[in-house]
Design a protein around this ligand. Structure first.
Ligand code: SAH
Length: 370
C-alpha cells in the first residue's frame, strides 16, 4: 500500500520540505546550477520517484551526493479507505501516535482533495469534530504536500484519461492561516508547474478568519479563499467560532474585500454550516445576504455533519431549501453542498484523526498566537 517510506535520517534534508526557491538554493549550495532543481522537482512530483538513483538525467556523482545529504520522504499511510460513493479517505501517521486525515471526493467534472494543515486545531469551533481532539502542532511542508503526493500515488496519476486530482481544498483538520509559512510553501508547490500543476484558482484555502494573516496572504499568494462564516451576527458567531471574539465580522469582511480587490473574476466562498434552530431562520438568511451582497461571493451551505455528542442537529431539508431560496432570490449564488463520504466519516467537520493534544484541556480559555 502506498509508496515506500523511509524513516528520517539525522541531518538529511527532506526535499518535500522545500519549495522551488528553497530547492534552487539547495542545489546552488551543493555547487550545482539552479536549474537542477527543476529536474529534481519533475522526478519528485511528476514521476513520484523517491530514490535518487532513478533520476537518470542527473550525473551519477550528483545522485550519490544527493543520496548522502537528502531524502524524499512523504508521510506514512496508515489506512486507505474507500467509500460506497467513490470518496476516499487516507489516514496518515505522523510522530508519536498522531494521525491526520486526507479526503478525495470525485465528481463527474472534477476531483477534489481535502488536505489537513495542523494536527488537531486550536480554534475550538463548537460544531466541529476536529476541535474536540484538541491541538498538537502545525504540519511541516512535507506533511502537507506529502498528503497530495500520497493521494496522487494511491489514485494513480490519471483516471479515464483525466487527472484524478483537479482541485485541492485546505479544508481538512486545522486552521491553515495559523500555519502560514508552511501552508504558503505547500500551496505554491500544489500550483507550481514543476509541482502538482493545479490551476491557481483550483487551490482553495479555507479559514475561520485570521484577519492579519489574510492581509499577509494577499502579498504572497493567489490561492482562492473560502471563509467559514456560519453566523450573520457577532453574538452568534462568537459562540460558534470563538475566533470571532478576536476578529469580529466587520473586520473579517474588510480583510476579504481587500483580498480580492484588484483581482478580476475572484470571489469569496462563504461557508455556512446549517444547524437546526441555531442559524437557519429566514431572518438569518436575509441578514447573511445583507452582509455579503456587496462582495463578489458564492455561498456554500453545508448540511451539518453529526458526530457523537455534537450537541447540534442538521437543519431539515425544508429549512435548507428555504434558506437557499432566500439567498438566491436576493441575487446571490448559493449552493447546498452534497454530503459525501458519510459512511467513512470523511464528511466536512468529521475528520478526527488521532491527536495527542498538548497543553489545552477542554474548558480552558482559548489562547491564540497571532
Ligand atoms: N479551519 C478552517 C478549515 C477547516 S474546517 C476553517 O474553519 O475554514 C472546513 C469546513 O468544514 C469549515 O467551513 C468548517 O466550519 C466546516 N465544518 C466543521 N465542522 C463541521 C460539521 N460538523 N459539519 C459540517 N461542516 C463542518
Amino acid at each position: 500500500m502506498g509508496a515506500p517510506v523511509a524513516t528520517p535520517v539525522a541531518g538529511k534534508v527532506n526535499l518535500l520540505d522545500l519549495d522551488r526557491r528553497d530547492l534552487e538554493a539547495f542545489c546552488v549550495a551543493l555547487g550545482e546550477k539552479s536549474f537542477r532543481a527543476a529536474q529534481i522537482m519533475k522526478w519528485i512530483y511528476h514521476e513520484r520517484v523517491t530514490d535518487f538513483a532513478a533520476m537518470t538525467n542527473l550525473s551519477k556523482a550528483l545522485r550519490e551526493r544527493l543520496a548522502a545529504c537528502a531524502e524524499i520522504r512523504p508521510p506514512e499511510l496508515a489506512l486507505d479507505q474507500g467509500s460506497r460513493d467513490g470518496s476516499h479517505k487516507w489516514l496518515i501517521r505522523l510522530d508519536s501516535g498522531n494521525c491526520i486525515e486526507t479526503v478525495f471526493i470525485p465528481e463527474p467534472d472534477r476531483g477534489t482533495l481535502c488536505v489537513s494543515s495542523q494536527i488537531g486545531c486550536p480554534l475550538d469551533c463548537s460544531f466541529c469534530a476536529t476541535a474536540r481532539q484538541g491541538f498538537n502542532r502545525n504540519l511541516t511542508v512535507s506533511e502537507i504536500i506529502g498528503q497530495v503526493w500520497q493521494a496522487s500515488q494511491s489514485l494513480g496519476e490519471v483516471r479515464n484519461g483525466n487527472r484524478a486530482i483537479t482541485n485541492i481544498v485546505l479544508m481538512g483538520m486545522g486552521e491553515p492561516l495559523l500555519n502560514f509559512d508552511n501552508v504558503v510553501k505547500a500551496t505554491d508547490l500544489m500550483q507550481d508547474d514543476l509541482g502538482f500543476g493545479i490551476s491557481k484558482r483550483r487551490v482553495t484555502l479555507s479559514t475561520a478568519g485570521v484577519v492579519p494573516a489574510l492581509y499577509r496572504l494577499k502579498e504572497v499568494s493567489e490561492v482562492s479563499l473560502a471563509v467559514s462564516l456560519h453566523a450573520p451576527d457577532d453574538g452568534l458567531r462568537n459562540q460558534l467560532v470563538p475566533l470571532n471574539r478576536k476578529y469580529p465580522i466587520a473586520e473579517l469582511l474588510a480583510a476579504c474585500r481587500h483580498y480580492i480587490a484588484g483581482r478580476p473574476h475572484r470571489r469569496i466562498t462563504w461557508e455556512y454550516v446549517l444547524l437546526e434552530g441555531v442559524n437557519d431562520s429566514e431572518a438569518q438568511a436575509h441578514a447573511l445576504a445583507a452582509l455579503v451582497e456587496s462582495i463578489p461571493s458564492k455561498i456554500n451551505l453545508i448540511p451539518f455533519n453529526p458526530f457523537p455528542d455534537a450537541g447540534y442537529r442538521r437543519s431539515g431539508p425544508a429549512a435548507i431549501a428555504r434558506f437557499q431560496a432566500i439567498l438566491t432570490a436576493r441575487g446571490l449564488t448559493a449552493i447546498t453542498r452534497k454530503t459525501r463520504g458519510d459512511d467513512i466519516a470523511a464528511a466536512c467537520g468529521q475528520l478526527a484523526g488521532q491527536v495527542q493534544a498538548r497543553g489545552r484541556r477542554p474548558g480552558r480559555p482559548l489562547r491564540l498566537a497571532s
